[in-house]
Design a protein around this ligand. Structure first.
Ligand code: GMT
Length: 376
């Protein structure tokens, strides 16, 4: 099958999922064309089935806002015609499903009928898409997709609750290649970050309000009062400065490492003892799954799709949003006893295997096959 994948090329979860999916599809023999404004961060082009086409938006002084959707839909039309692409798979509804729909219509005028699959990732529904300024366009694009998938049951429920959806939504969970996350790094690498007796706690996100960085710091603060510990914060975002300030006020800045965006997430996780994700909302929590695949127990909130990934009392613990007392207590419980810690580590790895790439990618292939059948 010749498939175009439209996604955000940045460090966010939706872009990562789209990229990993494209790579897995290419390995299954499909021809995959990534169409976006920059090469996706996790995309290496060393595969004969993987292509990348950049969308550029010409700058014109009249435009207060650059018309990206227009450039994207034109690029989709051109690439579909040039490479005889058979299916569009757009990740993140805004504005990709909207641009994809326009491309479909333009192609139909020329007698080319091509299905569009839309994957909903989370904030495109729960935060941004739900804004009254976007809602009609998002509802329209979802209802006019040939197939719709969501990354968790919780996100499907949210979509049906918040929007007037006529289309069926298929739940296709996020996935992981556990082999890739099975690396072991020598102890000397760990010692570059922390002393031998220090526990390493990690948080990875786009450092936005929804991630509740103040909770991350509060949990860590309580842990470090009980045992020697370091906190690694991976990612960039608007909450970085306030978080640094909070660490300074608490007198723990020397124990917190802000490492920025990283291409070595698997390595950082492999050196970690615990992962914290106290988000206000999380449709799935791909980073939690990445941590689990590395054998790192997860302390998270029970928001959104997190209970579908992090299993209470097995891969970690879940608490109500904002319940830092319980989250810190559970973190300490896991970290202070090596026997309990090992049990959680093994269990986290085992649960991560439920989301193995090779089990999930065929679900997308099935969605594609049905979408193609229905359009003919
Ligand atoms: O919030 C993020 O980390 C970024 C965002 C994105 O769209 O890139 O993540 C969303 O999609 C991920 C991949 O499907 C999910 O794992 C995240 O849970 C989801 N984020 C939220 O729902 C807040």
């Amino acid at each position: 099958m010749k498939i175009a994948i439209v996604c955000y090329p940045t460090f966010g979860g939706s872009g990562v999922v789209a990229t990993e999916l494209g790579i897995a599809l290419a390995e299954h023999g499909h021809e995959v064309h990534f169409i976006t404004y920059k090469q996706p961060v996790r995309l290496q082009l060393l595969h004969s089935n993987v292509h990348f086409h950049e969308v550029t938006v010409p700058n014109y002084p009249l435009f207060h806002y650059q018309p990206y959707e227009l450039a994207l839909s034109s690029k989709l039309v051109d690439m579909v015609k040039l490479h005889k692409i058979e299916l569009l798979h757009v990740h993140y509804a805004i504005p990709h499903a909207y641009a994809g729909y326009m491309a479909k219509k333009m192609l139909a005028e020329e007698g080319i009928n091509i299905p569009m699959v839309t994957t909903l990732h989370g904030t495109d529904i729960t935060l941004v898409g739900n804004h009254p300024f976007y809602k009609p366009a998002v509802t329209f694009s979802i209802n006019n997709s040939d197939a719709v998938t969501s990354v968790s049951q919780s996100l499907k429920d949210d979509t049906l609750r918040l929007f007037d959806i006529k289309n069926e939504i298929h739940v296709v969970p996020n996935f992981i290649d556990t082999e890739k996350y099975n690396n072991t790094y020598p102890d000397c690498e760990r010692e570059l970050i922390a002393h031998k007796d220090e526990k390493i706690i990690t948080h990875i996100s786009n450092l936005r309000t929804v991630k509740r960085l103040d909770n991350v710091i509060e949990i860590f603060n309580r842990v470090q009062q009980k045992m020697p510990a370091k906190l690694i914060i991976v990612g960039e975002g608007p909450e970085k400065k306030p978080t640094e300030k909070l660490c300074q006020e608490l007198g723990i800045l020397d124990k917190v490492l802000f490492v920025g965006n990283s291409h070595e997430v698997d390595k950082i996780l492999s050196l970690s003892d615990l992962f914290v994700l106290p988000s206000e909302h999380e449709s799935f929590g791909l980073v939690a799954l990445e941590a689990m695949a590395c054998g790192v127990p997860v302390i998270s909130s029970n928001a959104g799709g997190l209970p579908e990934v992090n299993i209470q009392g097995e891969s970690g613990y879940l608490s109500d949003v904002g319940d830092v007392d319980e989250m810190a207590e559970n973190a300490i419980k896991i970290l202070e006893c090596p026997v309990i810690h090992s049990k959680f580590k093994a269990s986290a790895k085992k649960i991560a295997k439920r989301f193995e790439t090779k089990n999930v990618v065929p679900l997308y292939e099935k969605v594609y096959t049905n979408a193609l059948k229905n359009i003919q």
